[in-house]
Design a protein around this ligand. Sequence first.
Ligand SMILES: [Cu+2]
Length: 169
Amino acid sequence: MKRKTLIVLAALLAFAGACSGSSEPTTVAVRAVDYGFAGLPEQVAAGSTFTIVNESSVELHELVAIRLPDDERRSADELVQLPPEELAQFFPLVETVIIAPPEGDGIAIEGTGTLTEPGRYLIICAIPTGADPDEYMAAAAAADGGPPQVAGGPPHLAMGMYGEITVTE
Ligand SMILES: [Cu+2]
């Protein structure tokens, strides 16, 4: 076999190894920016824990992980285009919510940040654009699990702050 062929084969094997090497739970540090998630992996092993750091100096951000039904085939791109009341149907499937103030670390306010159930997850931030962080946190506490009512523009997901991950066995 020619040397060049061997090098290509070695590279392919290394690539295959990297793809299948997601079986161990890890801690995934995601960076929240205006407006998106940086460092969101495509796949993680079940039991992996998410943390967020908010790199914005003005906006509050959150990471909401929704375990999509097994028969849900629409992409994250399609799901975030749904009217708010249709998207709200997925809210009972929220596994965890991590919220982080501007230039701050995230705190899990629902769940623990760990995704234990294999499947496909929609990741969104639904904070209204331009909302006052302190006002939002106070409203969230007062809403007792419901959607906080605060002034602001469209949710950050409408600005592109969403993603999709698959949790593997
Ligand atoms: Cu956000």
